[in-house]
Design a protein around this ligand. Structure first.
Ligand code: GCU
Length: 612
């Protein structure tokens, strides 16, 4: 029995709330990455506000719902009008944080902080001419953001790892614009992720903030990929937004392919096209060819770099451009360990992905949430295949409609952002979630949504694997979600959480589903520099032993099509408190938080160098 009434009620409420911000919440701009923009990055003032003084009055009524002009509200960025007026905050006198960047790694007092922090910046802006609009675009804010410009609420975004934008045309001034953002990284039972995760709850404006000037009629979205079932057919659409939608001429240019196509939009501003192209230099890890594309309309122009490739499964094989491929992967968190903070810039992406290439990888699993766009764009250029994931992690509140809509929104936003990236081949909807009826329903709805939004990619999730009571050394997957995904992925920790390393030599895996098998996680913890015999926990030798025994076991799995061991770097986690060994770090990295390679790194590197 699927709950319908509350969802319908929620949608009615949600749409009316949307209309109240309709003028400022346009659809997410695709390819904001390549738009000329005014970056608002830099030092922003901040106020730590654990009691949310700047948001609620003393009766705990939200200022922006009750009395939006109250100067006590921090988003008013008020200053005393005279020597007697009482204003109990002052951004100008408050300290600063760097944007982009999490707050935890910038101030010792904020390392564990969970709650509200207000950010404020001021900027001048030459107002756009009448035929242009201005979008305010955030790469991500963890976890909820409430955004105000010059005292007016633009809207609220929930979800810590996906972009969002507002139209600020009618609010922006020539001088002293006050942009105030209330950020709250409090973990919530109904959140996505929920209360318990094995990573640091980095809060803040964690990616770029920028102003993008666009024409009144602009290219809001487009899709340009090979048809899923014909690799000589480039299919796609262009979607205009704003005014002048109907019968607009759209020009698509791919010069290296001598393509120059003209199509007209329909009354909704949408133009669809199919281009038969006999010769295409397909994108692959060995040859990551990206074509320069340009889309022109009478009022707008966007440029992009797009690779064309096909990805399918056939029985237990994964086929890239029709040829079987083995995914030599590694898992990554979005963190620069030496900085103990969120990665966000192009240089960060360069560091993390070059290390994956050096390990011998052709694949990266970007765990457990959408990483910043630099990672995906660079993977396109470096020739790394990518698994992207939304943070539906462990014990999500499966029965909660709002939780589902939040997860679906985050899935929609990451697909909206990355659907033209050749490197992305897998969307994952969950990690290690307990099998039950409401979880199956929740995840199957997400899978249907992903297939509807993007039929050209593979769907997976880190499923639950099980043993047999009568034969503990025989393992399989009975997770019902196995019937819905394209790739049978699962995490297993034989030798770490499940027995000692030699147990891997006794395990037999058997699968009934004729689908590719992918080990999305295995691994072990080790403190770099701690050496002992191979059965001493936390030694580099123990971790190396786990890798050797697991790799031998994996080689015997029928239909094994790849692996992404856990994990390239040691990473921060409040769950890992073993003094002298963990000290707030998860030590399963192949590389330490200081960038030093452990013995197991070389075990995996050798395996990949010999793997075809
Ligand atoms: C799980 C989980 C990871 C976690 C890892 C560990 O498989 O997916 O997020 O960090 O185990 O226990 O280290």
């Amino acid at each position: 029995m699927i709950y319908r009434f509350p969802a319908v009620l929620f949608f009615l409420l949600f749409s009316c709330c949307l209309t109240s911000f309709a003028q400022s919440t346009p659809p997410l701009l695709h390819n904001a990455y390549n738009r000329p923009a005014r970056l608002l990055n830099g030092s922003w003032h901040y106020i730590v506000d654990p009691y949310q003084m700047g948001y609620y009055n003393y009766r705990y009524e939200a200022f922006d719902q009750k009395d939006a002009s109250n100067r006590e509200a921090y988003f008013m960025n008020a200053h005393p009008k005279n020597k007697s007026e009482r204003i109990e905050y002052n951004f100008d006198q408050s300290p600063t944080l760097s944007v982009p960047g999490d707050w935890n790694s910038q101030e010792d007092k904020l390392l564990y902080y969970e709650g509200t922090i207000w950010y404020q910046t001021s900027f001048d802006y030459v107002s756009p001419p009448n035929d242009r609009r201005v979008l305010l675009y955030f790469g991500s804010v963890n976890y909820t953001a409430e955004v105000y410009l010059n005292g007016t609420k633009l809207g609220k975004h929930t979800g810590g790892f996906t972009p969002f934008n507002f139209d600020v045309t009618d609010l922006i001034k020539e001088e002293k614009n006050a942009l105030v953002v209330k950020v709250d990284n409090t973990r919530l039972k109904e959140g996505v992720p929920t209360l318990n995760t094995d990573w640091w709850n980095y809060g803040g404006i964690t990616r770029d903030v920028k102003l993008i000037s666009i024409p009144n009629s602009y290219i809001q979205d487009y899709h340009l990929q090979l048809a899923p079932n014909n690799n000589q057919l480039i299919k796609g659409f262009v979607q205009l937004a704003g005014d002048q939608l109907n019968q607009q001429e759209v020009q698509l240019q791919i010069r290296e392919l001598d393509i120059e196509l003209k199509v007209k939009t329909d009354q909704n501003g949408r133009a669809e096209f199919e281009i038969f192209q006999e010769y295409i230099d397909y994108w692959s890890p060995a040859a990551p060819t990206l074509y320069s594309i340009q889309i022109n309309t009478p009022n707008d122009r966007v440029r992009d770099q797009i690779g064309f490739r096909s990805i399918h499964t056939e029985g237990r094989d994964i086929l890239l451009n029709g040829e079987k491929i083995f995914l030599k992967g590694i898992s990554l968190h979005e963190e620069i360990p030496q900085r103990m903070g969120r990665a966000y810039g192009r240089e960060d992406a360069q560091y993390l992905l070059e290390e994956a290439k050096a390990l011998g990888c052709n694949f990266v699993r970007l765990a457990h949430y959408p990483h910043n766009e630099n990672m995906i764009r660079l993977a396109d250029q470096l020739g790394l295949l990518v698994w992207e994931e939304i943070p539906v992690y462990w014990t999500i509140d499966w029965e909660n409609t709002d939780t589902y809509l939040n997860a679906e929104q985050q899935l929609t936003e990451v697909i909206q952002r990355d659907k033209n990236r050749a490197s992305v081949i897998i969307w994952s909807v969950a990690n290690e979630t307990p099998v039950n009826e409401s979880r199956n329903l929740f995840l199957n709805r997400l899978i249907s949504k992903a297939r509807q939004l993007d039929p050209g990619r593979l769907i997976s999730a880190a499923l639950e694997q099980q043993g047999f009571d009568d034969n503990p050394n025989l393992k399989t997957i009975r997770d019902p979600l196995a019937n819905s995904v394209d790739i049978l992925s699962f995490n297993q920790y034989i030798g770490w959480y499940d027995g000692l390393p030699d147990k891997a030599g006794r395990i037999i895996w058997r699968f009934t589903q004729e689908k590719p098998v992918f080990i999305s996680e295995f691994g072990a913890g080790a403190l770099h520099g701690f050496h002992a015999d191979p059965l001493t926990r936390w030694s580099e030798e123990y971790q190396g032993y786990v890798y050797r025994e697991n790799l031998k076991m994996i080689e015997k799995i029928p239909g094994i099509s790849g692996l992404s061991p856990w994990i390239l770097f040691d990473f921060r986690s409040p769950r890992r408190n073993l003094a002298g060994i963990q000290d707030g770090w998860n030590r399963k990295g192949l590389i330490s938080n200081e960038g030093e390679k452990k013995m197991a790194y070389f075990v995996l590197q050798e395996y990949y160098s010999e793997k075809r």
